[in-house]
Design a protein around this ligand. Structure first.
Ligand code: DGY
Length: 324
């Protein structure tokens, strides 16, 4: 009997996923569920045939320069893989996979949650109630912004953005614009009620709510800077469920403080979990701790998808979600 491949898992996973991993691989599960550092990752790369990693594992070129490397696959638990230097992985002949599709609906739901909470001032209202400051109903109390009929501009038009478009248009009567430098195919766009715009600037100028759905790449990092925010309608809203580093925090905080942005809803942050604390002083921002895909069903499905990628790789079958 050949030995089972050794897989090191960097964080705790839902119980059923951990049980399935134990059944298929010689698995080393995370004991403490702490974010890894470079040394831990390098030791894991040297000790295992495969790594089941997450967004909190920074698999940089330096980390991947570890010697010797035994790992031949990094199965990332997440659709995004900006935590991994793909060029370095390729150079070391390490396969990288992700977990698309299974988190689309829940992440789109979370984007809608932020749109609704931000425009309707739900976080502010909850804080008022909990703190005992609510003085009762009155016609002018905490008036928010009507969602129905507003223009939602989607930046990036991948699966999650398309699922947001569907919800926002059919569920909330929003008009949808989209911008993506690599637009989806007509087949992918079929049935999505979205009007493409040729440039980001055009989309920003027309949207009441701008929701970011692009990956973090050299081209998008810092994309929502002061100049881009100034291209948005005065009093528009910004929603980010993509990656924290696509926005310039100082520029967004100034725009929120001046009212140039009426509000923002943020689920992702540069340098998570150490967010720019100035956000916490602003009433007009809704802050969530990277909950996009955080439902039991989705986190289990992501785990099983990662297992299938590992199993296919070790059994010599085509790997379903190969990134490189
Ligand atoms: C994703 O799937 O990319 C989530 O943000 C978690 O990494």
């Amino acid at each position: 009997m050949t030995a089972r491949p050794k897989v090191i898992v960097t964080r705790r996973l839902p119980a059923q996923v951990e049980a399935a991993l134990r059944g298929r691989f010689s698995v080393e599960l995370s004991a403490d569920d702490r974010p890894t550092d470079a040394d831990t990752l390098q030791r894991a790369l040297g000790a295992a045939d495969g790594l089941l990693a997450t967004v909190t594992d920074k698999l940089t070129a330096e980390v991947l320069a570890a010697y010797p490397i035994r790992a031949r696959i990094i199965a990332n638990f997440g659709v995004g893989y900006d935590n991994i230097d793909l060029g370095a992985a390729q150079a070391h002949e390490i396969t990288v996979t992700n977990t698309p599709d299974v988190l689309t609906d829940c992440t789109a739901d979370l984007a809608m949650t932020l749109i609704l909470m931000t425009l309707r001032r739900a976080g502010e209202g909850e804080r008022e109630l909990r703190s005992g400051r609510w003085s009762g109903w009155r016609p002018t109390h905490m008036m928010g912004t009507r969602v129905t009929g507003k223009v939602l501009g989607l930046v990036g038009m991948g699966r999650i953005a398309r699922a947001v478009a569907h919800r926002a248009h059919h569920g909330f009567g929003m008009r949808i614009l989209c911008y993506d430098p690599s637009p989806p195919s007509p087949v992918e766009l079929a049935g999505v009620e979205a009007e493409p715009r040729a440039t980001l600037e055009a989309l920003l100028a027309e949207s009441d709510v701008v929701s970011l759905h692009c990956p973090s790449t050299p081209a998008t990092r810092g994309m929502m800077n002061a100049a881009r925010l100034a291209q948005m309608k005065p009093g528009a809203f910004l929603i980010n469920t993509a990656r924290g580093d696509v926005i310039d925090d100082s520029a967004v905080i100034s725009a929120l403080a001046s009212g140039q942005l009426a509000g923002a809803g943020l689920d992702v942050f540069r340098g998570e979990p150490n967010i720019d604390r100035r956000y916490a002083d602003l009433e007009n921002v809704v802050l969530l701790p990277h909950l996009g895909s955080a439902t039991r069903e989705t986190r289990e499905a992501m785990g099983f998808r990662a297992i299938e990628n590992l199993a296919a790789f070790f059994e010599g079958r085509p790997v379903p979600d190969r990134v490189v």
